[in-house]
Design a protein around this ligand. Structure first.
Ligand code: GAP
Length: 434
């Protein structure tokens, strides 16, 4: 297996080229929060769009939803998060560093100074705040730690308003918040992040088959977007690792520079959530099969992916360096659908005639593809710049264009160049990019 690029190299590229910045950087940076720059926000939108297309738009058994971040606190009591969404917290008696229970040395001592650690206590990961002007216990609310609960509490609303029969999936993308004890590894573990979750409601007898289908479907989503299979694995959770709601969970893991880490969890949640909410709100949340009259609580297969972790994995998988005549060519071999810029139009020289033609051409491409225009520096440097941000195609307008009205299209990965009549360019690029 190829060794992934060092984290520092990727962080540096992300900052230099405007993918990702440290939050509040001018104040020294705010730990574990990140801002997405002009290219990062495009990449993020493309990751979410790819997920939404494959999960919602290309299927007729899944619909979308967008629920609020702040929900009734009863939701989090019923879901078990108030009581059980915790990590063990320990403090070193010597250096007073706080750790998650799984971060100690194998001998159970402090991994910074080797000191003895104090007793472990359960630390709840939900962020608490208050609604309204009075800060008392009755005004406490939580920032959601997962988007899933917004889906469960709306199950009947969605099922009835869409008049659907099982199986029915409900998908949502949105921010989640966790007061992680030890955030780190860039975007991998932060306190504010985005999730892409789908709760797939099935008849209990169909759950085992659906669980197995979802594991494959979600694995294939990553490979289809260019993550090599040797950097991806499915790992079944041991019973001691299972979350309080889960009967079975399989993690889809990526090989990050620091080792294997979870990208997504596929969990068989049984009817835990509908049962809990039904009891807590005093309403019957069961589904009635209109053909048989059977009434039951559906079982749920959840796929819970992180936008930020996926984006990071796509960047790691895409990063490549190869020797060239000027030293090293850095290329982000991003899948074309994820690349923030699809086409860059480059006039060969700064001659006004070429620049005007190239600007006009870029304006013609823009309604079809995310298009950049660059007239600064040498053509070689401009190709390198586009390679480094993963632009699949560069289109060069040169002096021959003035007479033959054709342009050169250069491929990021092969660096092959081909001459295309400028009138055919949109059609030609549509063929390559879709
Ligand atoms: N609804 C189930 C659920 O939330 P999870 O395994 O806790 O399951 C799902 O989270 C995904 O959300 C993870 O696989 C990961 O991609 C992402 N995620 C969780 N915590 C995160 C954090 N602190 N920072 C970034 N992403 C996180």
């Amino acid at each position: 297996m190829d060794k992934p690029v060092a984290l520092e190299k990727l962080v540096s590229l992300c900052k230099r080229r405007g993918f990702i910045f440290q939050s509040s950087e001018i104040y020294g940076g705010y730990d574990s929060c990140w801002d997405f720059g002009p290219l990062g926000v495009e990449l993020k939108i493309n990751v979410k769009r790819a997920w939404w297309r494959s999960m919602v738009q290309c299927r007729d058994d899944i619909v979308g939803l967008d629920t609020s971040i702040i929900m009734a606190p009863d939701v989090w009591r019923a879901s078990g998060h108030v009581e059980k969404f915790t990590d063990p917290l320990v403090e070193c008696t010597a250096c007073h560093h706080l750790f998650r229970g799984d971060e100690l040395t194998p001998q159970g001592t402090c991994s910074i100074c080797g000191g003895e650690v104090g007793p472990s206590r359960q630390f709840n990961l939900m962020f608490k705040t208050f609604v309204g002007p009075v800060e008392n216990a009755a005004a406490v609310v939580y920032l959601r730690p997962e988007t899933a609960q917004g889906i469960f509490v709306n199950f009947l609303n969605v099922q009835r308003s869409t008049n659907r029969r099982l199986p029915i999936g409900i998908a949502q993308i949105g921010k989640s918040f966790r007061n992680e004890i030890s955030p780190g590894n860039f975007l991998f573990r932060s306190r504010e992040f985005e999730q892409m979750e789908c709760e797939y409601f099935v008849h209990p007898e169909a759950a085992t088959a659906a669980y197995s289908q979802w594991k494959s479907a979600r694995y294939e989503w990553y490979t289809g977007l260019g993550v090599p299979t040797e950097h991806l694995r499915l790992r079944e959770h041991a019973s001691c690792e299972l979350a309080h709601y889960s009967r079975e969970t399989t993690a889809i893991e990526f090989f990050y520079p620091w080792g294997w880490g979870e990208l997504e969890g596929v969990a068989y949640r049984g009817n835990f959530d509908l049962m809990q909410h039904g009891h807590a709100c005093g309403k019957d949340l069961s589904y009635v099969d209109d053909r048989t009259g059977e009434r039951f609580l559906p079982h749920v297969i959840e796929s819970a992916a992180g936008v930020d972790r996926s984006l990071l994995a796509f960047l790691f998988a895409a990063y490549d360096e190869e020797p060239d005549k000027d030293g090293i060519r850095t290329v982000l071999r991003l899948h074309k659908s994820l690349a923030p810029v699809k086409v860059a139009v480059l006039p060969l020289s700064k001659k006004e005639q070429l620049c005007t033609l190239a600007r006009d051409l870029a304006a013609r491409l823009r309604p079809h593809f995310a298009t950049a225009y660059d007239e600064t520096a040498s053509i070689g440097k401009r190709y390198r710049r586009q390679d480094e941000i993963g632009t699949p195609y560069c289109v060069t307008v040169d002096f021959d264009t003035l007479s033959d009205d054709a342009v050169t299209v250069r491929d990021r990965d092969t660096m092959a160049q081909i001459r295309v009549p400028s009138g055919d360019l949109v059609h030609y690029l549509v063929g390559l990019l879709t």
